[in-house]
Design a protein around this ligand. Structure first.
Ligand code: MN
Length: 283
């Protein structure tokens, strides 16, 4: 099942190049009062509302995908967990460019561990990327994004995939420089998630997916998730050793080689096999 958020918070069921408005299926999530839960209600209840989504879709309005404004498919993300250098060839390119990547930044993920991006950095395909510091180098990073479905606290890699609700394309937009990663990568719109989420039943093997990114039609990144240094289950085990992962938390699994600068006016096209593709404008 492919689910998108479009327009002003509507929930869409994506089928081919159409989107059916299944917002009504969310009514079964119930009403909540302050203080609101700190996880994403739709993702936490996804197993329960799948049937309701299918029922609602039988008689709901359907629109062409082209022309809808796609937003972040996760509305209430608790945290965005991200893997630094998690592809060997990206490690090599970073190590070869000490002016852009400091020695401190180029260490193996086993030592560095993971970092967090602000939840407020999350945006969707049609929100676009707003460059915060036009005078500094800002890079694109395509990453397979994993959406946590069930709370994961000290989960072993062997059981980790039971905690995955869906996959998406992540863009980890990065201001290069000496500050902490979490600061440089947390500007508004610097975590693009889209174009939708795809449930695991539609992904043959998340550990073997082609991913590619172009800027203005020019190839920049092309790789396969089989080259991840820490695999998805290993990343979930690593993260959940330190904190509980909650429904709707997003895990950005790291970017392959080919990162490069973007500027206002550019158009990014990102594609991940079995997930989909999206175009994101840079402003
Ligand atoms: Mn990254």
């Amino acid at each position: 099942m492919k689910l998108c958020k479009f327009g002003n918070g509507s929930l869409g069921l994506v089928r081919g190049d159409t989107v059916t408005d299944v917002t009504r299926a969310l009514e079964s999530l119930g009403t909540h009062r302050y203080p609101l839960p700190t996880y994403d209600l739709m993702i936490a209840g996804l197993d329960g509302i799948r049937k309701s989504i299918e029922d609602v879709a039988k008689s709901a309005p359907t629109y062409p995908l082209n022309g809808l404004k796609l937003r972040s498919p996760i509305a209430n993300v608790g945290k965005v967990v991200a893997a630094p250098v998690n592809y060997q060839k990206h490690f090599d390119e970073a190590a070869a460019e000490p002016g852009t990547f400091s020695r401190e930044q180029v260490r193996q993920i086993h030592e560095t561990g993971l970092f967090l991006k602000a939840a407020s950095s999350l945006a969707g395909q049609d929100d676009g990327i707003s460059i915060r510091f036009p005078d500094r180098r800002t890079d694109h990073e395509i990453e397979l994004a994993v959406i946590i479905g069930k709370a994961a606290d000290r989960v072993l890699a062997s059981r980790a995939m039971e905690h995955v609700a869906a996959y998406s394309i992540g863009l980890d937009i990065t201001t290069r420089g000496p500050e902490e990663r979490s600061l440089r990568k947390s500007s508004d719109s610097y975590s693009i998630l889209g174009p939708w989420i795809v449930t695991p039943d539609e992904i043959k093997d998340p550990g073997n997916l082609d991913l590619e990114l172009t800027v203005n039609g020019q190839a920049r990144q092309a790789a396969n998730t089989r080259d991840l240094i820490l695999t998805i289950p290993e990343l979930i085990e690593f993260a959940s050793k330190f904190y509980t992962l909650h429904p709707g938390d997003v895990l950005m699994t790291g970017t392959p080689e080919g990162v490069g600068p973007i500027k206002a006016g550019d158009l990014i096209r990102a594609r991940i096999q079995d997930v989909g593709s999206m175009e994101v404008a840079v402003r």
